[in-house]
Ligand binder design. Structure first.
Ligand code: UDP
Ligand code: MG
Length: 311
C-alpha cells in the first residue's frame, strides 16, 4: 500500500539556481513513470541567487510544486524540518538540490519501504566528492555507527525515503539532519539503507565548509544525550558525581581520622585532591540537576518558523 500512496518530495536548497529545472524535470519523469500522485516541496533556505525565480516559474506551470522560502539562510536542518511539517504524503522523499543524488533511485528506495521499513537511507557507496570530504565522512559514519549502535554506512545521505508518519515524529533542529536515522530509530522506527549512485557537483559549490566535521562530532554528543540520556540526565551525571564524592569523602575522612588520633594537620597533595573531587562532585551533581530540569524543555527552536508560504 505504501508503495502506491501519495508522495511528498522535499528539496532543501541554498543557491542552486542552475540545477533546479533539470532536477524538477527528472523528478517528474520518474514519479510519473511510476504512476505516483505527488507534490514537490522546494524549501528555499534563504537563497541569494536566482533560485526563487526559477522555482516560481516551475510553480506557475505545475501546481504540484510548492515553495517555502526562508528570509535568510537557516541551514539544511531547518529547511528539512519545515518541509516535513508541510508534507502531506504517505511517503516522503528527501533529495539534495545539487543533482548529486539521482532521482532514478527513488522507486527502489520506496520499494524497500514495502519490506516493512519506516526509513530507507541512501548509501553513497561510491561517493563522488573530494577525499577531503570522503575520508572524514567515513570516520564520522563509523564513529556514529559505533556510538549509536545503528548499522548504517552513510547517515548523512541527502536521499532518503520515509513513511509519512516518521517525519511528523522527529524533531530536526540545529544541524541534526546528519543524524536523522538515529532520531528515527530512537523513536522506534525501523531504519535501513540501500546503495545509491552519486554524482559530482555540476554547478555551484558545496554549502558546508570544513567546520562541518568538528560540528558533526559535537552534534553526536548532543544526539547521544537526546536519544539516551535526556530522559534522565541526573541519572547519568548523578552517577559520576556520586563516584567523585565517595572517593573525595574517603580521602577527607582519612585525614580527619589522622587528626583525631592526634597527628599534626598539614596540607598534603592527597588532601587537596580529596577536596577537589568533592567540589567537582558538587559541580557535576548540580549540573545534572539543571539538565534534569531543562530536559523537559529540550525542544526545537521555533525562530525559523517565520517563513512565508510563497503562493
Ligand atoms: N543546503 C541548504 N541550506 C544550507 C546548506 C545546504 O538547504 O544552509 C542544501 C543544498 O542546497 C543542497 C543540500 O542542502 O541541496 C546539500 O548541500 P551540499 O550539496 O552543499 O552538501 P554536500 O553535498 O557538500 O554534502
Ligand atoms: Mg551536494
Amino acid at each position: 500500500m505504501a508503495e502506491r500512496g501519495r508522495i511528498s518530495v522535499i528539496i532543501p536548497l541554498y543557491n542552486e539556481e542552475e540545477s533546479l529545472e533539470e532536477l524538477y524535470e527528472r523528478l517528474v519523469r520518474v514519479l510519473s513513470n511510476e504512476g505516483h500522485e505527488f507534490e514537490i516541496i522546494f524549501v528555499d533556505d534563504g537563497s541569494t541567487d536566482g533560485s526563487l525565480d526559477v522555482l516560481r516559474t516551475l510553480r506557475d506551470k505545475d501546481k504540484r510544486v510548492k515553495i517555502l522560502s526562508f528570509r535568510r539562510n537557516y541551514g539544511k536542518s531547518a529547511a528539512l524540518s519545515e518541509g516535513f511539517r508541510v508534507a502531506g504524503g504517505d511517503v516522503v522523499v528527501t533529495i539534495d538540490a545539487d543533482l548529486q543524488d539521482n532521482p532514478d533511485e527513488i522507486p527502489g528506495l520506496i520499494a524497500k519501504l514495502g519490506e516493512g521499513y519506516d526509513l530507507v537511507s541512501g548509501w553513497k557507496a561510491k561517493r563522488k566528492d573530494p577525499i577531503t570530504k570522503t575520508l572524514p565522512s567515513k570516520i564520522f559514519n563509523l564513529v556514529t555507527s559505533l556510538v549509536t549502535g545503528i548499522k548504517l554506512h552513510d547517515f548523512n545521505c541527502g536521499l532518503k525515503v520515509y513513511r509519512g508518519e516518521v517525519v511528523k515524529n522527529i524533531s530536526v533542529y540545529g544541524e541534526l539532519h546528519r543524524f536523522i536515522p538515529v532520531l528515527a530509530s530512537w523513536e522506534g522506527y525501523k531504519v535501513t539503507e540501500k546503495r545509491v549512485s552519486h554524482f559530482e557537483r555540476k554547478f555551484g559549490k558545496s554549502k558546508f565548509g570544513s567546520s562541518r566535521f568538528l560540528n558533526g562530532f559535537f552534534d553526536l554528543i548532543t544526539v547521544m544525550f537526546i536519544t539516551r540520556r535526556a530522559s534522565a540526565p541526573l541519572h547519568f551525571f548523578g552517577r559520576i558525581a556520586f563516584l567523585f564524592f565517595v572517593i573525595g569523602a574517603v580521602i577527607t575522612l582519612y585525614f580527619v581520622i589522622e587528626w583525631l588520633m592526634g597527628m599534626g594537620m598539614h596540607v598534603r597533595p592527597l588532601m587537596v585532591g580529596g577536596f577537589i573531587l568533592i567540589i567537582i562532585a558538587i559541580q557535576i551533581g548540580s549540573f545534572g540537576l539543571l539538565a534534569e530540569l531543562f530536559s523537559s524543555r529540550i525542544e526545537r527552536s521555533f525562530s525559523y518558523r517565520e517563513y512565508r508560504i510563497d503562493d
